[in-house]
Ligand binder design. Structure first.
Ligand code: PNS
Length: 159
């Protein structure tokens, strides 16, 4: 069984993330989507909401498992016997930090990182920009995957 992981904050998942997950799901038997729990950073969506969204929009792929994790990504991989991390690269500016993480992770446990060039349609996309634009009334409907449910209300707006 060939396994890979697509890790991230996914706050929220964008069409760019979804494209990478979809492509990974064609290359591997099982793709684990690992949603990082970051105690020190309060996200726009809770981790549970992010997981729910990702499960919904990846359900048709048939081989995607979505979980949260805290601690090191390499430990998540080790516990599940995952030898490969799949990451999207939007631009050269992504490469510097991604290379450092890939080298660190490989040095820690030998896990490999595979970079997939982002579809140019999504090369400008990021969760941060979506979070900047959406609460101010900007239309992000082409940047985040459509869901069958009414859009989730970010936690700030629920108070
Ligand atoms: O979507 P993001 O925030 O760019 O994802 C970053 C993520 C979650 C992939 C990265 O921060 C990560 O792997 N964090 C887990 C902690 C860890 O293993 N750090 C060492 C990496 S060298």
């Amino acid at each position: 069984m060939r396994r890979a992981v697509c890790p991230g904050s996914f706050d929220p998942i964008t069409n760019g993330h979804l494209d990478i997950i979809a492509r990974a799901s064609k290359l591997y038997d099982v793709v684990h989507v690992a949603v990082m729990i970051n105690q020190s950073k309060k996200g726009l969506f809770t981790v549970e909401e992010r997981i729910e969204l990702i499960r919904e929009v990846t359900a048709d792929f048939g081989n995607v498992e979505v979980e949260s994790f805290h601690g090191l990504l390499v430990d998540f991989c080790k516990q599940r016997d995952i030898p490969a991390i799949v990451k999207g690269l939007r631009a050269v500016s992504d490469f510097d930090y991604e290379l450092q993480m890939a080298q660190m992770n490989n040095g820690l446990t030998g896990v490999e990182t595979l970079f997939v060039p982002t579809n140019p349609t999504y090369s400008f996309l990021s969760s941060s920009l979506v979070k900047e634009v959406a609460p101010r009334g900007g239309d992000v409907s082409h940047q985040v995957p459509p869901t069958g449910q009414p859009p989730l209300t970010p936690r700030q707006a629920r108070k």
